[in-house]
Design a binder for this molecule. Sequence first.
Ligand SMILES: Cc1ncc(COP(=O)(O)O)c(C=O)c1O
Length: 384
Amino acid sequence: MTYDVAALRAQEYPWMDPATAVHLNSASTGPLPARTVRAVGAFTALRHDPRAMPDTLLFDTLTRSRALAAALIHADAGEIALSVNTSYGINVAAAALPLGPGDVVVVPDGEFPANMYPWLELAPRRGATVRVVPLRDGWCDEESLMAAVDDPAVKIVAVSWVGFATGYRVDLAALGRRCRERGVHLVVDAIQGLGVLPLDVREVQPAILACGAQKWLLSPWGAGFTYVRRDLIPRLDPPFVSWMGVRNSDDFRNLLAYDLTWRDDARRFEFVTVPFQDFAGMNASVELLLELGPAAVAAHVRRLADRVVEWTGGRRGMRLVTPADAARRAGIVCVAPPDPEATSERLKAAGVIHSQREGAMRLAIHAFTTDADIDRALAVIGGA
Ligand SMILES: Cc1ncc(COP(=O)(O)O)c(C=O)c1O
């Protein structure tokens, strides 16, 4: 079956039009599909008049969110803790994974602050230090990361799957293997990759993987999830205590029989109440991405990203910030023109929604992007 981007656009994003409105900004915030807007609206309408709201709606919605998040990464639903952003999961990792005096956490330089500040603050509180591995050629230096894992003091490696400012994609399977061999916990910030690339956590086996859904998962702000590997769940004490993180909290008739026995699954890390309507929206968006098929989305995005890479390579004065090698990128392609401010202004005037990062135009190519969108963006960047 061919990938039908025209049908996707007609159904979910009728406002997009290469002549006037090109969206290349999912690396900042993904546009909500029409079905997601409807799902959030319908859910919110029930708050206005709750007479039609089934008793089970709230928690069934979250059960569905865990199942969908698990399906997306080939995890078990019991390994998913719903969370409102990426930072939550990184904080859980920094506060709950075993770490003590003399231990070292390795983080590559160039990380988005969400995967830097929690380590810089929380690791020293526990007597550990953070070792920042310098970039090589502007990208995450995987060779040095791998070498760092050999140091017995290193207990945790924390990386972004895809770099927010470069689009560089880390080989998670290789890093995961190395970490496993050395008994080191791998923590992954997946927000810049998931939704545009398939991921199988069984191949990577991270200890914890954090993902906000507001970018490539095309979901409302306030939705996201944290994966915690099954074998670790009973060994990790939640750093924050939610009244629903314990076993007997499902029976609302009996809440005063206080019993601080953690749930057996990753819900011990959830911080309920969460924005239910946003998870209803996330469900609609993730269903859409699963319907399209993560492999098909990845192939579509790769072909369009290849076009940008090729175009940039042939232009004097344009610098490709993202690796040319498709195995080393996802949906972000960053192109640095000689005049970033003026180029960004031209793109804005042409209706090309993008972001500027570190002197480059960050173009985020997603399932709904068309060849005509790419033609338009490149023409404007090229000075047309
Ligand atoms: C790599 C990366 N991690 C995390 C975030 C955001 O973190 P949070 O979901 O906690 O707002 C971003 C972008 O905003 C990002 O690019």
